[in-house]
Design a binder for this molecule. Structure first.
Ligand SMILES: Cc1ncc(COP(=O)(O)O)c(C=O)c1O
Length: 427
């Protein structure tokens, strides 16, 4: 029998489709659905899922009805959004949408091939040129996502004869990149350059040595000690890679990220970032010197064996870079919000885990209690996600609060009042 509940007209007009997607099911045309083929392994899947549920670690998707912004509709109700990476509020900005729209009309939807075959198009060239200029590097290369940029560059730079020195709280994409590279990985204590140097000093036998760190830590909101990492890399003749996915657009006087924040112009050999955080667009990037980019084009499997970023995504990211350069007021508004919220939460007695940025973790500890608080806030109209293991270490579950430039004073006051109530009810 055809399981269609109610087909929804597909031209996705954001206004008319509100709420209707709850009923949407893929329209099977009388063919046997392919997923019936999974039946023999279903008992295994069910027990894995039950196990996650029993440990309070089960996750499910929430559906945002409409575009991203400081307020979103979820489950038919408007909620204040305090867990998005849309830090500068650009994800639904007309300047980016016009750029993407023009590229879509001229270049079409898809690059329809990998970059090394026939998928290398003008929007890629323009974006890479623009990104290198923005980040202050000789060259840059785009990947489909930031996750893939990390996979691609680490596994192209080091292999089984090499060693990686990785901060304990680096993003999952870096951990996966280390594994994929097959290099021996040494994990140093979070932001502890003395520990890093001890490891570097006692592991000299490797062909190449790569130090890798988040620039702004995605779950902790603190910054890598970049000047000390540069010194350590110089002293030990190691390559230094920094993933600035959350710093780009936000940190530094002109938004160029963690290196600009620390006034560092030399010494970071490899910089990676993402187009889908402050830039409000999409894509992943590796920036460095021209030889690095040349090597990646030849050796990075996450670049070679995948389709090129769609032209409209390139155009949106390009538009974002230009926009960010001319709008320092966006960063100023974001930092005003950061300081207001951090001061208020500190006054309420929350542990913000040393956050130095728009990413403000609020330590809870227990995973179930974290989710109970997140659910309570959701009911109150505030969407603030809970983060549990394995994303963060056991016993360090937290609410991950993120701020945007376009949260209004009212939004911030509502959040602070709700957190004051949480403090009384849950701590
Ligand atoms: C530090 C860090 N690096 C890389 C990524 C991956 O970027 P993307 O979302 O573009 O794949 C993220 C995203 O969550 C991140 O937080």
């Amino acid at each position: 029998m055809n399981p269609v509940v109610k087909p929804v007209a597909i031209p996705l007009n954001g206004l008319t489709c509100h709420g209707k997607f709850h009923n949407f099911r893929p329209p099977f045309s009388g063919l046997q659905p392919l997923y019936y083929g999974l039946l023999p392994v279903l008992p295994h899947l069910s027990s894995e899922l039950d196990n996650l549920r029993s440990r309070g670690l089960y996750r499910s998707l929430r559906l945002v009805e409409g575009a991203q912004g400081p307020r979103v509709r979820i489950d038919g109700k408007e909620r204040l959004l305090f867990c998005s990476n849309n830090y500068l509020g650009l994800a639904n900005h007309p300047v980016l949408k016009d750029g993407a729209d023009a590229a879509l009309r001229f270049y079409g939807l898809s690059a329809a091939a990998s970059r090394l075959i026939s998928g290398n198009m003008e929007p890629h060239r323009i974006l890479e040129h623009r990104m290198a200029r923005f980040l202050g590097t000789e060259s840059a290369l785009c990947f489909p996502t930031g996750y893939m940029a990390n996979l691609g560059v680490v596994s192209a730079l080091v292999g089984a004869e090499d060693a990686i020195f990785s901060d304990r709280l680096n993003h999952r994409s870096i951990i996966d990149a280390c594994r994929l590279s097959r290099a021996k990985t040494f994990v140093y204590r979070h932001r502890d350059v003395d520990h890093l140097e001890t490891l570097l000093g006692s592991r000299r036998e490797y062909r190449r040595r790569l130090i890798v760190s988040d620039g702004l830590f995605s779950m902790d909101g603190d910054l890598a000690p970049l000047p000390d990492l540069v010194d350590a890399a110089n002293r030990h003749n190691a390559i230094l890679m920094v993933d600035d996915a959350h710093g780009t657009g936000v940190l530094g006087a002109s938004g160029r990220g963690v290196p600009e924040h620390f006034g560092i112009t030399h010494g970071v050999d490899v910089l990676t970032t993402s187009g889908s955080k402050a830039l409000g667009a999409y894509g992943g990037f590796v920036a460095g010197n021209a030889k690095l980019v040349d090597l990646l084009i030849n050796r990075a499997q996450a670049f070679i064996y995948t389709s090129a970023l769609p032209p409209d995504a390139c155009a949106a990211a390009t538009a974002a870079l230009g926009f960010i350069e001319t709008r320092p007021d966006l960063r100023e508004a974001l930092w005003r919000n950061v300081h207001a919220v951090q001061n208020a939460l500190n006054d309420l007695g929350f542990d913000l885990m040393g956050s130095q940025s728009q990413i403000v973790p609020i330590l809870v500890g227990d995973a179930a209690r974290t989710m109970a608080i997140s659910d309570h806030l959701f009911e109150e109209g505030i969407y603030l996600s809970g983060i549990r293991p394995p994303t963060v270490p056991e016993g360090e579950s937290r609410l991950r609060l993120t701020l945007m430039a376009d949260h209004s004073e009212d939004d911030i006051n509502r959040l602070i009042q709700a957190m004051a109530d949480v403090r009384t009810a849950f701590f």
